[in-house]
Design a protein around this ligand. Structure first.
Ligand code: AMP
Ligand code: GLY
Length: 421
């Protein structure tokens, strides 16, 4: 079988390494992939948003199955386009990917179908938005409607910050078109949990829960990033809470999407907050999370391709989705300065044992050398019987990933450990 994976980060490298365990796969193409995954896939220099290029390549190379991993091609309709030429895909069509593509859509869906989430108002008129935040309870949360690389969320701690955020998004187009509509949300508190779930539009099979570490600095300080590390499972996510989430959030969401004529197939990511009033949805993503995938898939014991095909074919009910009861920890090594400005082009070296457990995100091959090319460069994952062992081993292995100006948080997993105590 020939598989095509659209995307080029650590998440895609993790998916590819997991798919490779299936021996019926003869070739994996990564579009565009990156230099760090060249040993695991044939990287093809076609951007993940170049739908014409992707469709042409898939047709010419007789791809049997495609995995569309990032949000932008999904929202742009990559799955619809590939289906048109007869290629089955893992991932939602555009009319379902809107659950991530428009926060206003997601909020209205939750309101209509009684799915617990933060209270909110949606604005397309800046004056009305400004009037609202002038009296809204503080802190308040301001979100750009569309995709904004995870950066379109401002937690305003003062009224001035709230006014500034609304002005930046709506008048100064700080997040481009995605900020012309804004959602102003009630500020919620409680531990955050990421739950990724496979769904064929009918059945939902959640994966092991995880915890992201979004801030750049230790003790959750500094700017928001794409994620500096993850652990799985998330200690706050007990079996009772999982059951409650299935009944009040996961199944209602799948049913709501069906009722709207927007059947969702693929991986639906639930960003949850466990508030004093029960679990609530902070955000939906229409895809695997990054770097959640780097801890979730290493714990998957069942065959990934079989599950993915079951989501496409509607046979998830009879397909095994089994996770190990071990613990995983992923430590991201970034370029110092990320998420603001940082230098690129430094040579990356990895010990053999580190390389075996490392997923590469921001790197390119040049004259046989692997060079840094992005903010988040690698994610190194260890799996162990206990969380403390997984953390210790992930850091030991990550120490084997070296390049100039490398930066890691030193406390990935500590919040999780505290939760067990
Ligand atoms: P997002 O990009 O939607 O994942 O939001 C980034 C982060 O902002 C989340 O991980 C939360 O920590 C925080 N956040 C988003 N919405 C809220 C909310 N309503 N209340 C409190 N924190 C929030
Ligand atoms: N780690 C958060 C995300 O993938 O959106």
């Amino acid at each position: 079988m020939k598989i095509m994976v659209v995307g080029g980060g650590g998440r895609e490298h993790t998916i590819i390494k997991k798919l490779k365990e299936n021996k019926t796969i003869s070739q994996i193409f990564a579009l565009p992939g990156n230099g760090g995954m060249a040993k695991d896939a044939t990287c093809v220099d076609i951007a993940a948003t170049d739908l014409d290029g992707i469709v042409k390549f898939a047709g010419e190379n007789k791809v049997d199955y495609a995995v569309v991993a990032p949000d932008d091609p999904l929202v742009l309709g990559c799955v619809d386009r590939l289906n048109e030429i007869g290629i089955p895909c893992f991932g939602p069509k555009a009319n379902a990917a809107i659950i991530e593509g428009s926060k206003a859509f997601a909020k209205d869906l939750m309101k209509k179908y009684n799915i617990p989430t933060a209270g909110y108002e949606i604005f397309t008129d800046i004056d009305k938005a400004l009037d609202y935040v002038k009296t809204a309870p503080i802190p308040t949360v301001i979100k750009a409607d569309g995709l904004a690389l995870g950066k379109g969320v401002i937690i305003a701690q003062t009224r001035e910050e709230a006014i500034e955020a609304v002005t930046d998004m709506m008048a100064n187009a700080k997040f481009g078109k995605s900020g012309s509509t804004v959602v102003v949300e009630e500020f919620l508190t409680g531990p955050e949990v990421s739950v990724l779930a496979f769904t064929d539009g009918n059945v939902v099979k959640p994966m092991v829960s995880s915890m992201d570490h979004k801030r750049a600095g230790d003790n959750d300080t500094g700017l928001n990033t794409g994620g500096m590390g993850t652990i799985a499972p998330n200690p706050y996510y007990t079996q009772d809470i999982a059951k409650e989430c299935m009944e009040t959030i996961f199944l209602p969401t799948i049913r709501a999407m069906n009722a709207e004529g927007r059947t969702f197939k693929g991986c639906l990511y639930f960003g949850l907050m466990l508030t004093p009033n029960g679990p609530k949805v902070i955000e939906y993503n229409c895809r695997f999370g990054d770097p959640e995938t780097q801890v979730v898939l290493p714990l998957l014991e069942s065959d990934l391709l079989t599950i993915m095909q079951a989501t496409t074919n509607g046979t998830l009910a009879e397909t095994e989705v089994k996770f190990s009861d071990k613990h995983a920890c992923c430590v991201v090594t970034a370029s110092a300065g990320y998420p603001l400005s940082y230098q690129k082009g430094f040579e990356i070296t990895m010990t053999e044992e580190a390389e075996a457990k490392t997923y590469v995100a921001g790197a390119k091959l040049e004259n046989g050398k692997l060079l840094t090319s992005g903010g988040r460069v690698t994610g190194t994952t260890a799996v162990a019987d206990t969380l403390p062992e997984a953390i210790k081993e992930a850091y030991r292995l990550a120490d084997g990933v070296c390049f100039q100006n490398a930066y890691r948080r030193s406390d990935i997993g500590q919040r999780g450990l505290a939760a067990y105590q």
